[in-house]
Write a protein that binds this ligand. Structure first.
Ligand code: BTN
Length: 237
């Protein structure tokens, strides 16, 4: 495994995207501090101090833009949940790829593709994990947030980075071949599901009943008398 540590980066994803041609497939970029981390929907990702995890996998599964690698975020969420379970936690995955412990967000995942002249140069698959945070700091965030130390787990972040990376590459090639079906059972068994699915899709919110995940990892909900598969959006509650 090739894990490259930096003391400080604006964002491990931004760095990985800028330097994607310099690094081989499978390189991991990790930073002790992240000054401008970003998440889905252009939100920022807060650094709660220098013992948290900010890391990005540089992946070059092929150079074909027509291939859909969106499920890699779900695959990574499963790998991280498995590692968390080994620490005695009971993590849940909030579709598509947030990880919750005791109903609070502990980790977020963001994949960004680098495309040049119709060629996929690579994917920056980034993950942030709150390893150490103060309760007073996480309580300032406008959604429920937690950290491993607040859930009774103390670990060195370098050890966790290695465990996650090992778990990730163990079945990575199999996952590229089989896709979401490879993780569907585990993912479904660990899914966080509110009774009513209220999903924000851009500026629209729809409410329906959860009906499972399809073989592509899309959320299936019964809405307006129809079974609908949704591939983009997030739970609003
Ligand atoms: C989300 O929950 O919206 C996704 C958050 C992803 C945060 C990680 S931290 C490491 C990597 N670098 C970034 O700027 N973002 C990702």
């Amino acid at each position: 495994m090739n894990i490259i540590y930096f003391e400080e980066l604006d964002s491990t994803n931004t760095f990985a995207k800028k330097n994607i041609e310099k690094y081989d497939d499978g390189t991991i970029i990790a930073a002790n501090k992240q000054t401008n981390g970003h998440g889905r929907f252009n939100r920022s990702w807060i650094d709660f101090g220098n013992k948290n995890i900010f890391m990005t996998f540089i992946l070059k599964p092929s150079n074909r833009i027509e291939k859909n690698y969106a499920n890699l975020t779900q695959y990574l969420s499963v790998c991280v949940c498995e590692v968390f379970e080994n620490f005695g936690l009971k993590p849940q995955i909030k579709w598509p790829n947030d990880i919750l412990v005791n109903g609070k967000k502990i980790s977020g995942i963001l994949a960004e593709a680098v495309i040049n002249k119709n060629i996929l140069k690579g994917i920056a698959l980034g993950i942030g994990i709150n390893v150490n945070a103060k309760k007073t700091d996480v309580d300032k965030i406008n959604i429920p947030v937690t950290a491993l130390n607040l859930e009774g787990v103390s670990t060195e972040k370098e050890i966790l980075i290695e465990k996650i990376s090992e778990r990730f590459f163990k079945n990575y090639n199999l996952f590229l071949h089989t896709g979401f079906r490879e993780i569907k059972d585990y993912y479904t068994n660990h899914a966080y599901l509110p009774e009513k699915c209220k999903i924000a899709i851009f500026d629209k919110t729809i409410t329906g009943e959860f009906r499972g995940f399809d073989d592509d990892g899309q959320l299936m909900i019964f809405y307006n008398d129809n079974l609908t598969s949704i591939n983009m959006g997030e739970f609003t509650e």
